[in-house]
Design a protein around this ligand. Sequence first.
Ligand code: S3P
Length: 169
Amino acid sequence: MNPASNLILIGPMGSGKTCIGKRLAERFGLRAVDADRELELRAGARIAQIFEHEGEAGFRVRESAVLAELLSGDGLLLSTGGGAVLAADNRRLLRERGFVVHLQVSVEQQLERLALDRSRPLLARGDREQVLRELALTRAPLYAETADLAFDTGAAGAAEAALGLAQRL
Ligand code: S3P
């Protein structure tokens, strides 16, 4: 990992980007930043509301802007939203501005971790398992193309996964 820049976590919903990110940030002396949370602060609205009023397209415009803003600096442990890799410009930016780790997770684990979640609009689009499987299929190549390292979080909790990942960096 290039210590002068940023450590960036990408991967699907429920892969543990935020929880693992906080722990890794402590370990490496980086500032933990969650791109979705920063987006919500700037918009003064929750992600579900943005999807409702501006559609997914509006949300993606905001997402790209926040990523560009945050990644103009160094020293971040940046946790991104699951769809941050959809835009080619974002993928290029992530690669240029940090060491990118793809947190891998099975759909079964996602379903378990997100069972109580009502904040993610994409999950409300249909049968959850089907939605997650389709997203996994279409996005797997984008995560692979963007990441410097892939790390399977398996069934481990955030603390254990962070420890395992730290050893690979
Ligand atoms: C999304 C993932 C979410 C959030 C939004 C869209 C996606 O972030 O950005 O609901 O497209 O996969 P998390 O990956 O943090 O859940």
